[in-house]
Design a protein around this ligand. Structure first.
Ligand code: FOL
Length: 192
């Protein structure tokens, strides 16, 4: 089976590229989380398809147990040690990113990389051609960071209309505020 030709990273990052703290997210933003769930699950998918989400083991651990495996998505977890991730049919452990990528089922519509720092930073240069970045317009204490992928000039920020078109629904444009934290939805693409 050929590997999926395109992988999209979904990530929320502060102005300093902070993405995590103490094994979880540095904030609780239910509206932003709804965006994550809606975009990764997808809508009006072709019959008998679903999207796939690939994540590292620490990201898996950071998802509240009642929400994992992430429902209506094929979950793949990268873990060198092969930790127990529960239902092996829903959530298959893989010892490398490459192995997880090649295990994405052919029925997968879109494939998303959902973290964390280790996987993002190792895969954005070579494996990922689109980033759905939620830019959190604050500086918050974090202990996990995204490399500044935008320093690589192959990446360009797409116009908002392109983001709307790609997700297929009306993503809010411009600053959103939730619980006093401002953020905006961006899409970055790599034209190879
Ligand atoms: N990308 C973005 N934009 N925001 C995020 O919060 C995010 N989080 C991760 C990866 N990419 C992201 C990894 N962390 C859940 C929890 C943590 C997590 C990812 C997902 C989670 O519980 N998801 C449920 C949401 C349930 C709800 O509506 O609260 C899901 O079904 O997706």
């Amino acid at each position: 089976m050929p590997p999926p030709r395109s992988i999209t990273a979904v990530v929320a990052a502060t102005l300093d590229n902070g993405i995590g703290r103490d094994g979880g997210l540095p904030w609780r933003l239910p509206g932003e989380m709804k965006y994550f769930a809606r975009v990764t699950t997808g809508e009006a998918l072709p019959p008998n398809t679903h999207n796939a989400v690939i994540m590292g083991r620490k990201t898996w651990d950071g998802i509240p147990s009642k929400f994992r495996p992430l429902k209506d998505r094929h979950n793949l977890v990268v873990s060198r040690a092969g930790v127990d991730v529960g239902d092996a049919h829903l959530t298959t452990p893989h010892n490398s990113l490459e192995s997880a990528i090649s295990a994405v089922p052919s029925t997968a519509h879109r494939t998303f990389l959902i973290g964390g720092a280790q996987l993002y930073n190792q895969s954005l240069p070579d494996h990922v051609d689109r980033v759905l970045l939620t830019r959190v317009l604050e500086s918050l204490p974090c202990d996990a960071f995204l490399d500044d992928f935008t320093a690589d000039k192959r990446w360009r920020r797409a116009p908002h209309a392109e983001l709307r078109e790609w997700v297929g629904w009306d993503v809010p444009e411009g600053d959103v505020e939730e619980k006093g934290i401002r953020y905006r939805f961006e899409m970055w693409v790599k034209d190879l």
